[in-house]
Design a protein. Structure first.
Length: 334
């Protein structure tokens, strides 16, 4: 089945109520959406079959997940333990119901308020938005850089940012960051090779996204960057998604301190979108779909929007599934 036909079908079957995963829609051989919650849930939604699998784990609060087919394992960022935790044997456990994967690797409990996870090879980078000096007028954040080894996740170094940080994303060797409580994105060029020691770092470049209120999640795939906007924290209806095609060129052409204009992007927002606090997201270019962890609307939902690079405005999601306290998503397909 072609990707365009897949998206058409997904849109036609698109749900009108929660707990509809569009069963029977054929995608690729494997199309698994992982989601975590602040209640310690790890769930996998099979987009082909609609089967939901729950994974028991030792955490009671999770924000950040990554699945590795090579390791047949997922790694979560545990807020309750302050650690990275890797669980193995996902493919051998089957699907449906609740599974009990084995935890095989952990980090030390270094983290205080982790918010996102970005992976580059054996390096696992976690953003942390702890207020280090107790003074809200002097914003800062931290990036914990771990190396995955045979015995665990070893903390290589910690980089302190000069702003509050939330979402993070690698594009090649460059690390892009959502500057929390602002409309801005920052970048550290050649991050893993440049920032090898504990230090306070100045971003190489910071730009704004016109129309965005408060950036949180971001994800990049094949030229397109998608950034989520949570708007006002208390509002369950003012969130949005900003889709920026040819992002690298637009970012490069924007001067430090400048902005990418509204005419250079698409925005999905409005009451029909069910977006209030979209705290995390993942974009897949092959299917041209955005999966969203919506934390506030209805107490928490996993949402999906098809035709991501050609739609905008106050549109309804093509998929929604209730998950109280949802905090992060990750999409794996073959």
């Amino acid at each position: 089945m072609s990707y365009s036909l897949l998206i058409l079908l997904l849109g036609v079957v698109g749900c009108n109520k929660d707990d509809n995963l569009n069963p029977g829609v054929e995608t690729s051989t494997t199309a698994h959406l992982y989601a975590t919650s602040h209640n310690g849930d790890v769930r996998r939604y099979d987009i082909n079959s609609g089967i939901v699998t729950n994974y028991a784990n030792s955490s009671s609060d999770i924000e950040g997940i990554f699945f590795s087919a090579v390791d047949d394992a997922f790694t979560i960022v545990s807020r309750s333990s302050g650690m990275l935790e890797m669980y193995q044997g996902i493919g051998t456990l089957g699907e449906g119901g609740t599974k009990n994967p084995e935890i095989i690797l952990m980090s030390n409990p270094d983290l205080e308020s982790p918010r996102d996870l970005a992976v580059n090879g054996d390096f696992y980078v976690v953003s942390d938005n702890t207020d280090l000096d107790g003074d809200e007028t002097t914003p800062e954040g931290r990036l914990f850089v771990y190396r995955k080894t045979e015995s665990g996740f070893s903390l290589r170094n910690t980089v302190q940012t000069k702003f509050k940080v939330w979402g993070i994303e690698f594009i090649g060797e460059d690390l892009f960051l959502a500057v929390d409580e602002t409309s801005r994105l920052a970048v550290y060029r050649e991050f893993l090779n440049t920032y090898i020691n504990n230090r306070i770092a100045t971003a190489d470049k910071i730009i704004a996204i016109q129309g965005l209120v408060r950036a949180h999640g971001l994800d990049f795939d094949k030229g397109t960057m998608v950034v989520s906007d949570i708007g006002e924290v208390e509002s369950s209806s003012d969130g949005g998604l900003h889709i920026i095609q040819n992002f690298e060129e637009k970012f490069s052409n924007t001067s430090n301190g400048g902005f990418i204009g509204a005419e250079e992007q698409l925005r999905i927002s409005g009451a029909n979108t069910l977006l209030g606090n979209p705290v995390n997201l993942v974009y897949d270019a092959a299917y041209n779909v955005i999966f969203v962890a919506e934390a506030l609307n209805n107490g928490g939902r996993v949402l999906a929007f098809n035709n991501a690079t050609s739609v905008s405005g106050n549109i309804g999601p093509d998929l929604r599934y209730g998950l109280q306290g949802v905090s992060s998503v990750f999409f794996y397909t073959e």
